[in-house]
Design a protein around this ligand. Sequence first.
Ligand code: AMP
Length: 200
Amino acid sequence: MSLSTMTADLVLLGAPGSGKGTQAAILTEKYGIPHIATGDIFRAQAAQDTALGRQFKSFLDRGELVPDALAIDVIRDRLSHTDVENGFVLDGFPRTVLQAQALDRLLSGLRRPLDAVLYLEVARPELLERLGQRAALEQRSDDDPRVAAHRIDVYLQSTAPLIDYYRRRGKLQVIDGGQPPGAVAEQIERVIGGLQTGAV
Ligand code: AMP
C-alpha cells in the first residue's frame, strides 16, 4: 500500500453471487488497478473449441473448480504483466488454501505482500436469489439453480477456509456484502482509506 500513489494489492473473497465482480469493477475504476478474474479467464478458455477448451468447459458447467495447478499458472503469468505495477484486485483467486499458499509465495518473491483481503459476507438465501437473477440476465449456464447451489457448496468446502487463513495473517477485512452495491463500495473505500492511514 503506497500513500503517494494510492495503490493497493487486493483480494476480493466471497461466495458466488457475493458481488466480487461488481466491486472489483468499481475498484478498477477508482484506483486504476487491473481487475483479474480467473473465472473470466477460464470462461474465455472454455469458449475455445479445442481439447483443452472442452476440458475447462466441463469443469465450469459442473460448477467444479479447475485443478489448482492450472489456476496458479494463470495467476503467476498474469502477475508478471507490467500493468500490475501499481496494484491489482484479484476476483475468484485464491479459491483453495493451496492456491492461497502459492499466492503468498509468489508475492513474497515479488516483495509485495497483500494489502488486504476484502471478504464480502452474504447469506446463502440472498446468494441463491442473486445467482438466479444473473442466470436470466447473463445466460451463464453455471448460474442455473442446481449448479449454482453446488457452486455455493464447493465454496463452503474449499474456499471458506480462507476466511480463517487470512484472519490469522491479519489480512482479513469483513465487509457486509448484503447491502446494495453502492453501500458496499463505500464500506470498502473506508477500509482502504483506513489502510492508507494505518488506522485498520
Ligand atoms: P467465477 O466466475 O469466479 O464464479 O468462476 C467460474 C468458474 O471458473 C468456477 O466455478 C470454476 O470452475 C472456475 N474457477 C475460477 N476461478 C478459479 C480458481 N481460482 N480455481 C479453480 N477454479 C476456478
